[in-house]
Write a protein that binds this ligand. Sequence first.
Ligand code: AMP
Length: 531
Amino acid sequence: MAQVIGIDLGTTYSCIAYLEGDEPKIILNLEGQATTPSLVSFTSSGERLIGNLALRQAITNPEKTIFAIKRFMGKKFNSEEVINARKRLPYKIAEAPNGDVMVNIDSKMISPQEISAMILRYLKECSEAYLGEEVNETIITVPAHFDDHQRQATKDAAKISGLNVIRVLNEPTSASLAYGLNTKKDATVAVYDMGGGTFDITFMEISEGIFNVLATNGNSFLGGEDFDNRIVEWLIEEFKKENNIDLSHDKLALQRIKEASEKAKRELSFTLESEIHLPFISSDKSVSKHIKKLLTRTKLEALTDDLVDKTLPFIEQALKDSKLEPEEIDEVILVGGQTRMPLIRKMITEFFGKDPIHNINPDEIVAMGAAIQSGILKGKMTDLVVLLDVTPISLGIETENNTFVRIIEKNTTIPAKKTMAFTTVEHDQKRVRIHVLQGESEVASQNKSLAVFDLVGIEGAPAGVPQIDVTFEIDANGLVKVSAKDLIAGREQKIEVKPSSGLTKEEIDKIILESQAKEFRKEEDDKTRSL
Ligand code: AMP
């Protein structure tokens, strides 16, 4: 049976795994490493570099090295999070006609889905080289708190890369699957997941092979990058005080400061001090200026403790939703590189009254869980494993006075389905408009608009007589579907869907065709060159 790979497509690093027998195994990339930087760089000679190759020249090519693209997947250009992220972005982004984010490379607009697809295509290549066979199917993981647009964008990226997604799996659920199958212990576990760009907390029960997610919560704009930015801001501030030079608009200097900050942050998880030394960072009246600063762990903690505290309300809410008390948690699993920070571990120990588990690799466990899920779905696991996941965000519709009515509540086990009856308010009304939203606010406009549906072709009747059943569904991938049936006419209603975000099917097909044509041209060029 052809291999299905598990992909953890991270904000900063990505990881791939596959199943050998019942055992998940990490797939090394073409350079022999377990994780690959989620980076794409476009060079001046028109070359496209991915992963470590892109990382190596990020400093010299900051305007065309795209990092943390996951933060823009399925996001609106004018959303609060994107406005914040735009402040210190060395590469250019722009607004797509539908309000989505686009990356601007030499005036060519590229969607975040296409950038992610470039990373995924590289991971596919690595897997094929490692396994020695073609790979066409994947289980791809996403932060538990990703909404429908973010999930759909991830799925579209995989499709563009030539991978068929057989399941979109929540990262914390994936991690606990790997943990639970490894230990074979029944337990109530918390998964605290902080990677480069997102934070999630999930509570779940593992009992006799049944993995039951009780509740999940999180923030898709809180992660390791925010910690790096605090160090960057501190260094810029200090440099300004000492030299009266503002480096915040110097892209080359910023990229060097950013890399050095991330490196110092990593070091400070294991040491108490780290020296940040950046010679020739700027010059003033032809005098060269350098950054030489000692960052202590205490200073780093003072710069970032509010970011750690910001995760607390999410933990409390998810705990409340799971109807658990902190002392009922048997184990805390840490996922994502940022959880190596001692301050995060200290906060967790204090909150749950126990140390988190130490013996798992937070960079690899999510991809391993995805590989296990492939075994479950393909019937390859010898043990009985049942995974019951939940939807992270409530699904509902807009009613009068901008009110949001919940149809499927957050933390409902998926797949979930609910039907609601709609009727007309006017005599001989032919069309009913339904606005589908995802979110937790009582005010409709504060939630995320997923789509507007027009139920058309309703048979003429007095107001209130037609009955149209609209079914809202969340599938096992956490993706939303809506269908409608006119009960009087006894036929399926026609729905006109206007998705508020994402690429249309036609756009995706066009991108795939274009990239296939490019591949073909490249192959022909290569052939010509070798003649
Ligand atoms: P992930 O997306 O799970 O690969 O997590 C990447 C994030 O973890 C990045 O922001 C890294 O800077 C951060 N990270 C990796 N190693 C460490 C470490 N030793 N201490 C603190 N943060 C780290």
